[in-house]
Design a binder for this molecule. Structure first.
Ligand code: SF4
Length: 366
């Protein structure tokens, strides 16, 4: 089992809060696509012929590409990798790039899952984030995607916005539930170093963010998602039964994946490598072989973010008693403090504890 990630580093403009590697110009698109194809071919043995179960076009704005360009990339992947017949093929899309013709084109070439960057159904939030679409467009494009035949749709929403409040956030969620979208990724607004928003806040040009708003909204999110039949399967991800993101789940289950494009990361089971986050320096990458301690830390960090939690039996079998005993010992005070929960074989975080996953993981690190 394996996955493929392709990073498309172009956007129509730069959103104020963005921390992803992307540039607001498509001048170098043709040159990039050629280099991307070369990378895919030259690293064809990275996954050792493993069956590819998921392909994910992320960015940036992958929906900036023409259907034909995406089709060519998929064709190349089919040619050089062993793609499963029922592979999940996701494309991240922004509302301002979607039309019926485009969506039908995506369906025709085999894209079977869409992840749409909605962020909010309210204009004041969207303006604060400097998104290109408005609230009306957000709703319309979801309907368009459904009419084009997409039934596996995810949207992104952002909470903890200073332009919002508990009531508005709850109404955002009402719209999500009304539209019967099977998957939600919801993220707290964070200040990325060097983002436009960080600078705007420092200069006092826009409202600052307040971490307590995010905690409040997260509680509303967890409660309302459960009431509406959504499974909270990862700290930021909620789904209807069997509609979880197979691609992202493979990250949490430590399944190998190859990442192509600037800033993309790859993992082969024992080492990580990542491409430099620069179009100019595309082709340069760094690699790190993971020590047993790093593999343990990574497992703890990734699995604590999920519904499944840490499997102590798996840990003992795959990493040895040294690590499973250590993990159990470190967990004891956290369980006593109510920061971590336990069944016989699993250590996990319940809904309210999940927002603090990183702090708990740190306490368990080797
Ligand atoms: S669309 Fe996404 S990747 Fe592009 S600038 Fe906005 S947040 Fe960043």
């Amino acid at each position: 089992m394996a996955g493929i990630y392709i990073h498309i580093p172009f956007c129509n403009s730069k959103c104020a809060y963005c921390g992803f590697y992307s540039i607001p110009s498509q001048k170098r698109k043709a040159e990039f696509l050629e280099a991307l194809k070369q990378e895919m071919v030259s690293r064809k043995d990275y996954l050792h012929g493993e069956a590819v179960e998921t392909i994910y076009f992320g960015g940036g704005t992958p929906s900036i590409l023409k259907v034909k360009e995406i089709e060519n990339l998929l064709g190349l992947i089919q040619e050089y990798y062993s793609v499963e017949a029922n592979a999940e093929i996701t494309l991240e899309a922004n509302p301002d790039t979607l039309s019926m013709e485009y969506l039908q084109g995506l369906r025709a070439i085999g894209i079977n899952r869409l992840s749409i960057g909605i962020q909010s159904f309210f204009d004041d939030d969207l303006r604060y984030l400097s998104r290109r679409h408005d609230a009306g467009h957000a709703r319309q494009c979801i309907q368009l995607a459904k009419d084009a035949g997409f039934d596996n749709i995810s949207i992104d929403l952002i909470y903890g916005l200073p332009t919002s409040n508990a009531d508005q956030w709850s109404r955002n969620l009402d719209l999500f539930f009304e539209l019967e979208i099977p998957h939600l990724s919801a993220y707290a607004l964070t200040l990325e170093p060097n983002s436009i928003l960080t600078k705007q806040i420092e200069m006092g040009k826009v409202l600052p963010i307040n971490e307590e708003d995010a905690v409040r909204d997260y509680e509303v999110l967890c409660r309302r998602a459960a009431e509406n039949g959504y499974l909270h399967y990862e700290i930021s991800n909620f789904c209807k039964p069997r509609k979880h993101s197979r691609h992202n789940s493979s990250y949490w289950f430590c399944i190998p994946y190859a990442g192509f494009g600037p800033s993309a990361h790859s993992f082969d089971g024992t080492s990580r490598q990542w491409n430099v986050a620069s179009l100019e320096r595309y082709g340069e990458s760094e690699r790190e072989a993971l020590s047993p301690e790093q593999i343990y830390d990574e497992y703890v960090m990734l699995r604590l973010r999920t519904l499944w939690g840490i499997d102590l039996k798996y840990m003992k079998r795959e990493m040895g008693e040294r690590f499973s005993d250590y993990c159990e010992r470190q967990a004891e005070p956290l369980i006593a403090e109510g920061r971590l929960s336990r069944t016989r074989e699993f250590l996990y975080l319940n809904d309210e504890q999940m927002l603090f996953a990183d702090g708990v993981a740190e306490a368990l690190f080797y």
